[in-house]
Ligand binder design. Sequence first.
Ligand code: ATP
Ligand code: MG
Length: 252
Amino acid sequence: MNQSNENAQPLLQMRGIHKWFGRVHALRGVDFDIDRHEIVGLCGDNGAGKSTLIKVISGYHRAEQGQMFFEGQEVRFSSPREARALGIETVYQDQALAPHLSVARNIFMGREPTMALGLMDQKLMNDQSMQALANIGLHLRSPNVMISNLSGGQRQGVAIARAIHFKAKLVILDEPTIALAVKEVREVLDFVRRLKSEGVAVIFITHTLHHIFDVADRIVVLAHGEKIADIPTRETTVDELSDIIVRGTYGD
Ligand SMILES: Nc1ncnc2c1ncn2[C@@H]1O[C@H](COP(=O)(O)OP(=O)(O)OP(=O)(O)O)[C@@H](O)[C@H]1O
Ligand SMILES: [Mg+2]
């Protein structure tokens, strides 16, 4: 396949995705696409299916019906590890990092470089961690700082730096700005812009529409497990979107 074809194809394509939890029909035939370099805001009321959709993408859940294509190849993930191996990284607010380990250890967690005798190469981890953090504009005093001593915004930064360092192609953020102070929200949104400038696609779930409005290229709204709107950000407003989310319909 030549270069131009490859770029014309969406990074991720989902078609007719259905997910049930017992009798709860959490996703009802969802189609979802994202291109390289694109930031998509994923919105919708509580229980709309946002987390379920991204858990299907990241290999935590398996859809009972539907198809998923990543870089044009059909994929069926049976674990998050399989999704991560293809470059899909999910950043959860709480579970993303180990609070009692250093920043450097967190960036390399599970992928530690080793020297002779299988010893961890601490110097390499330290140097590369500081570089990865600086690349997204996060300047920490030392790679040995413990995660528990960082602000919520800085923690998101560490998780995002890790994704870039290990060449993620798609980064998924499930409510990364929840419970953050105003300044930290701004930091996280700056990190998201850095991801985009590094060529990484981003799916950003939020309930606070103005957090995503400046950075998203497109907004997708779910209601009761269905996609009800898929709109370029420049063609809508925060007010119109809140209205769509509250009413649970669009275009009627
Ligand atoms: N592991 C699970 N077991 C059973 N039901 C689930 C599970 N996960 C989600 N659900 C149900 O699926 C539906 C969609 O939930 P989901 O978590 O995807 O919503 P959401 O849009 O992320 O909501 P929120 O904004 O509150 O995070 C809800 O009815 C929820 O109760
Ligand atoms: Mg959720």
